[in-house]
Design a protein around this ligand. Structure first.
Ligand code: GUN
Ligand code: FE
Length: 477
């Protein structure tokens, strides 16, 4: 059984209750996973093989015979909560048309109820849905973009707090009339800064110690922002101790890169942000598909982080992010769904797509002998520990070390042929709750995890905890 302290941090495991329904049976390891022979005690700081920071933590748990395990909660380093109703709707558009045709009109509709005393009704419905769906897919932390609307954005913060999801809350800055639609833009750069300040104050008011929710300064991307607003937002983030987190988009699509060259002549895309103090160790740069070697060196030098959004990059035809190159350059990478450029709110889907697009990239560069290919374990690392590094919380979440917050998901793959009581292997397959994974009983744990990544979904996520609080549970468990 997990032993948590009052603030939801891991103190250790109590092996005397190993067969409890939610307890530990044993810890299994191979290839960086952990092995603890059943019944061996550990205080949780150093694992028995002496490895303090294993790649992927698999801890057996769940109900007897269901191939269950605890896994660190997923971290979605880039998701637009306000775009959730559009998930799956993008036609054959690419980024810049997509923004104008689908995205800005949807975001604009969050103004509804802005000047009344009641919670903005659209935001209330949509944001509750997003939180429910992401939690059900095992996302325990999300870096959210909302809209330009202050009341709706503040509501997102309080819903995350009430529902118990760890979240960064970003109010998007859009004050450049040359790019933003007339009916969806900030009145001035002053308004951009004022509105951001209001959201920061609100979020810090409801959660002064940022135990669950924190503000994140969000210049949407260079084309939507004036020089004045970018400078002001950089200063605003730096004026706090510790400095506030920052998130934006960078180098996602070739037309966008060309547009930034036009709007900011003489600077690279990364320099535009750096000149305004927006490249910091707490900056999340989404996409980073087309960064030059000089830009990667600048990102690395500033210790800014990258959110890799493979489902979105494929859906909008943006391109394939060279993740291996980013990693080899020493840049920290996490995963993002980028709903609704991305069609799915699932980080397991992002993990799968990260593997797939990396294999396509390898196929385009046969001379590199598979260098670009990410393994399932590497992609799961990006989904958890990588994401934790991206948001500067690697000592708090992303793994199960002693003292970390218990942000976890209980996964069950289901019974396999010859496993459990029923022996027919079909009892737990095909039903509402099966999760679609056929196990035959001969798979190693690496293979079971591979099956999870390639064919699992929310039906396999039986329960989710954030800071030790259960925030999601499937009905029939
Ligand atoms: N660039 C600027 N805004 C957006 C957005 O909402 N989604 C994506 N994917 N890219 C963007
Ligand atoms: Fe995005």
């Amino acid at each position: 059984l997990w032993v948590l302290n009052e603030s939801g941090r891991i103190e250790g495991f109590d092996w005397s209750v190993g067969s409890d329904e939610y307890g530990l049976n044993k810890i299994v390891e191979k290839n960086g996973w952990i092995v603890v022979p059943e019944g061996t005690a550990t205080n949780g700081t150093t694992y028995p093989d002496g490895n303090e920071n294993p790649t992927v933590v698999i801890i057996r748990g769940g109900r007897e015979g269901r191939n269950g395990f605890f896994f660190p909660g997923f971290i979605d380093t880039h998701i637009h909560a306000s775009q959730y109703p559009n998930a799956g709707i993008f036609g054959s558009s690419t980024l810049l048309d997509w923004l104008k045709k689908y995205t800005f009109p949807m975001e604009k509709s969050f103004a509804e109820g802005e000047n009344s005393d009641v919670a903005p009704p659209k935001a209330h419905t949509v944001y509750n849905r997003v939180i429910s769906r992401t939690l059900s897919y095992g996302t325990t932390t999300a870096a959210y973009y909302a809209t330009i609307h202050v009341p709706a954005t503040c509501l997102l913060a309080s819903l995350c707090q009430q529902r118990g999801q760890r979240a960064f809350i970003g109010r998007v800055c859009m004050d450049n009339p040359a790019f933003c639609p007339d009916d969806y833009q900030d009145a001035s750069s002053d308004e951009s800064i004022d509105a951001m300040q209001k959201v920061i104050d609100y979020v810090q008011h409801i959660d002064p110690k940022a135990k669950l929710v924190a503000p994140i300064v969000t210049p949407r991307f260079a084309p939507t922002c004036s020089h004045t607003a970018l400078t002001g937002l950089g200063k605003l983030a730096a004026s706090y101790t510790p400095p506030l987190h920052i998130q934006t988009h960078i180098s996602e699509n070739k037309n966008e890169v060309a547009l930034v060259k036009e709007l900011f002549p003489g600077s690279s895309y990364a320099q535009v942000y750096d000149d305004k103090g927006l490249l910091t160790p707490r900056t999340i740069l989404a996409h980073a598909v087309y960064l030059s070697a000089e830009e990667r060196a600048l990102v690395k030098a500033r210790e800014a982080k990258v959110s890799h959004c493979p489902a979105s990059n494929s859906a909008l035809g943006s391109g394939i992010c060279p993740v291996r190159t980013l990693l080899d350059d020493g840049i920290t990478v996490g995963l993002g769904t980028d709903v609704s450029g991305g069609y799915s709110p699932s980080i397991l889907e992002a993990t799968r797509q990260a593997c797939l697009v990396s294999r396509l990239l390898s196929s385009q560069t046969p001379e590199n002998n598979g260098r670009e290919t990410l393994s399932v374990e590497e992609a799961l690392y990006l989904a958890t520990r990588g994401g934790a590094q991206v948001i500067d919380m690697a000592d708090q979440i992303g793994g199960f070390e002693k003292g970390m917050l218990f942000d976890a998901q209980l996964i069950e793959l289901g019974r396999g042929v010859g496993e459990g009581d029923d022996q027919d292997g079909l009892v737990d397959q095909g039903g509402e709750d099966a999760g679609g994974i056929d196990l035959f009983g001969w798979e190693s744990w690496e293979e079971k995890i591979a099956k999870w990544v390639w064919s699992g979904d929310d039906r396999n996520v039986k329960a989710v905890w954030v800071g030790g609080r259960m925030v999601h549970k499937r009905a029939n468990i």
